[in-house]
Design a protein around this ligand. Structure first.
Ligand SMILES: Nc1ncnc2c1ncn2[C@@H]1O[C@H](COP(=O)(O)OP(=O)(O)OP(=O)(O)O)[C@@H](O)[C@H]1O
Ligand SMILES: [Mg+2]
Length: 328
């Protein structure tokens, strides 16, 4: 482990009974990084956070977090990491300040009030500090949860699906705040997500995890450059026969739905002029070029679409109602 690495995992494997939830995971996150674990439901994201934070034992392999071995020194690991669970851990009947106080007690912190003041300010919760958390919006709860996880001044923070159930605007606000936690507070961030855009715009490095295995790691742009095909979507009325599209050099595949065609092509720049020439005189209604995205990378590597896994937007009211019931 280099002195500048905040998280190093090598060959980390985790069994639940006979189920192999993590399969020889290798991971390296430099100090100060913003690392995203992208994967569908059941991929092993939460399990990886649990073993790296010392909450759950590793079956095989080794990991060091914030310089400490998670197998032999879990206490030091816990002192140096913050953890934001995907489910709610706040006490609804306490105010924001009282939740911070409770966290300080649980962590046995002596000097915490100045840090708590700073965090309330940073997360723009100052004017609601005396209100019961039960009256907070979903976004405010998530901000307070991150504040609680930062109270003991960890060097690394793990966030499990930090924006699940949030609307698009609140999600963007959280992204800015998480960037600030990383840049202004100088804390290494590892987060899990199944939102492609979140991994793309928020993380400097991404690992794609599927069925317990890391199938690719790299910066979002490195991952995108591995997919060597572009897509062109074109709508022509009246429809043109498939053969006319397939015979254009550079077209690898053509799929139709009604008058619209999706063409997988070697390079959109090369194929587009040929396509327009081949269809001159036809009624082209629309045309769109899709360059490689993390979505196409994911599809390429795992053969599945993330949003086809039941991982779409969550009805957050239903989600939190379930969580509250589960706590009672
Ligand atoms: N405590 C447990 N006991 C037995 N099996 C478990 C346990 N926790 C997780 N698993 C199984 O391990 C696998 C990985 O689960 P995990 O919760 O890590 O996935 P995930 O990527 O976090 O999924 P999600 O996106 O749904 O949160 C799944 O097959 C899950 O059913
Ligand atoms: Mg999970």
């Amino acid at each position: 482990m280099a002195a500048t690495d905040a998280i190093v995992a090598s060959g980390v494997t985790k069994y639940y009974g006979r189920l192999r939830a993590l399969d020889h995971v290798d991971l390296r996150v430099p100090a100060g990084g913003r690392f995203g674990l992208l994967g569908p439901n059941g991929a092993g994201k939460t399990t990886l956070i649990k073993v790296l934070t010392g909450l759950s034992e590793i079956s095989e392999g080794e990991a060091r977090v914030a310089g400490y071995d998670v197998r032999t020194d879990p206490m030091h690991v816990k002192q140096n990491v913050g953890w934001v669970a995907s489910e709610v851990i706040l006490d609804d009947d306490l105010s924001a300040w009282e939740n911070l106080w409770l966290q300080a007690k649980l962590q046995r912190l002596d000097r915490w009030t100045e840090r708590a003041e700073n965090l309330l300010g940073y997360f723009e919760l100052n004017d609601r500090r005396r209100d019961k958390v039960g009256t907070f919006s979903t976004g405010m709860r998530k901000k307070l949860e991150i504040a609680l996880a930062l109270l003991h001044e960890p060097r690394v923070i793990f966030m499990d699906e930090p924006t699940i159930g949030l609307d698009a605007g609140t999600r963007r606000t959280l992204w800015d705040l998480i960037r600030g936690v990383n840049a202004e507070f100088g804390i290494t961030v590892l987060l899990t997500t199944h939102y492609i855009e979140e991994a793309d715009v928020l993380c400097d490095r991404v690992a794609i995890i599927d069925r317990g295995r890391i199938v690719a790691t790299g910066s979002p742009s490195e991952l995108k450059s591995r997919v060597r095909t572009d897509f062109i979507e074109i709508e022509v009325t009246p429809p043109v026969p498939e053969a006319r599209l397939r015979e254009i050099p550079g077209v690898l595949e053509a799929k139709s739905s009604g008058p619209a065609w999706t063409l997988r092509v070697e390079s959109a720049e090369a194929v587009l002029p040929r396509l327009l020439a081949a269809l001159s005189g036809e009624g082209i209604r629309s045309i769109r070029v899709d360059k490689p995205s993390l979505e196409t990378v994911f599809l390429d590597l795992t053969g599945k679409r993330l949003d086809a896994e039941g991982s779409g937007p969550v009805d957050y009211r239903k989600f939190y109602a379930q969580m509250r019931r589960a706590r009672q």
